[in-house]
Design a protein around this ligand. Structure first.
Ligand SMILES: O=C(O)CCC(=O)C(=O)O
Ligand SMILES: [Fe+2]
Length: 325
């Protein structure tokens, strides 16, 4: 006998509902999203490929997610039947994992990242097929029953994901277009690398019921260079560098990034191993910053700042320290 979705969600921390939405409707939405992504790339005067290298998540309100709220009504009805409670939508995003930005997403518990506005569960709706080779969602079955650990900062350049070694019960969840995965915000989950040549998109909504009482959530402890600190640190290091090396006074963040991009094109820096890589990393962080301001876009995998750290910020800050700055 098949267990009902509500008890599976409770027992295993997740449940998959096959063919929740019509495949053709999802395909139409993906066409629209792709068209909008081309427009976003045009806004930033870059290519579609460039744009998808830097942005892999768009949070509503965003030109990418516009109108997708329409899909939420049927979801709400379904969730209210399943939870036997009124369900409120907390957040809506589109998440991509494409050949241009195919990286692994480390295991994490969503709830640890939102102590201020915790949600109860997520609804991950497949807008495209997400077969095994596309890096589908991966969960650690029933791990929502354990404690909530402090948010892991997987943007830290030195971060290594040890969760898969520590926890048993990993399960990959390949799905088809229109399938829905519901998962508890305390469940450990992540996703592997997209090894396919296809783009995978999902509409991910966050929910809580009226009766929801959030558990105790550990407070966030930012790493010196990570998810919560990287922009400030980057600005600090790049500004110090401009002053120490060129006596240039600081401007706004985007101008500082642009200046470094130009400098890396035209100047040789003895402390850099590969100035091409350093320049490319600055360019991508610049585009990410633009995508954030223009489209509420973000880096879902947390790789762009880590690369900038390795290619430029770490050697630059070391050099500045050696020079007594
Ligand atoms: O889409 C993915 O690869 C994982 C997304 C995720 O972690 C989430 O939606 O909470
Ligand atoms: Fe997540």
């Amino acid at each position: 006998m098949r267990e009902c979705p509500a008890s599976l969600l409770k027992e295993e921390g997740y449940v998959t509902i096959e063919s929740f939405q019509d495949r053709h409707l999802m395909e139409d939405w993906v066409k629209t999203i792709r068209f909008r992504l081309y427009q976003c790339a045009q806004d930033l005067s870059c290519t579609y490929q460039d744009y998808l290298q830097v942005a892999s998540r768009w949070v509503s309100p965003s030109p990418v997610t516009e109108g997708l709220e329409g899909l939420v009504d049927s979801l709400k009805t379904f969730l209210e039947e399943l939870t036997e409670d009124v369900c409120g939508l907390i957040k809506l995003n589109v998440i991509s994992k494409t050949p241009f930005s195919p990286e692994t997403l480390s295991f994490h518990q969503d709830i640890a990242y939102s102590p201020e506005s915790p949600y109860q569960f997520s609804a991950w709706l497949a807008l495209t097929d997400a077969p095994l080779e596309s890096g589908p969602m991966e969960v650690i079955v029933s791990s929502h029953k354990g404690s909530i650990e402090p948010a892991i900062d997987f943007w830290d350049p030195e971060f290594k994901d040890e969760i898969p070694l520590k926890k048993e019960g990993r399960r990959k969840l390949p799905v088809k277009t229109g399938d829905l995965i519901l998962f508890d915000s305390c469940l450990w989950h992540g996703s592997g690398k997209n090894e396919s040549c296809h783009e995978r998109f999902a509409l991910v909504t966050r929910w809580k019921t009226k009766r929801y009482i959030p558990p105790l959530i550990p407070s966030i402890e930012p790493r010196p260079f990570g998810m919560w600190t990287c922009q400030k640190e980057t600005e600090k290091i790049l500004t110090n560098g401009l002053w120490a090396l060129f006596q240039e006074t600081p401007g706004a963040y985007r101008e500082t990034l642009k200046k470094w991009e130009t400098l890396l094109e035209n100047t040789t820096f003895p402390f850099l191993e590969d100035s091409k890589k350093a320049k490319e990393s600055v360019r991508r962080v610049f585009l990410l910053n633009e995508a954030h301001h223009a489209h509420n876009g973000g880096d879902a995998q947390g790789i762009l700042y880590a690369r900038l750290w390795k290619h430029l910020l770490e050697p630059l800050s070391l050099y500045l320290r050696q020079q007594g700055n």
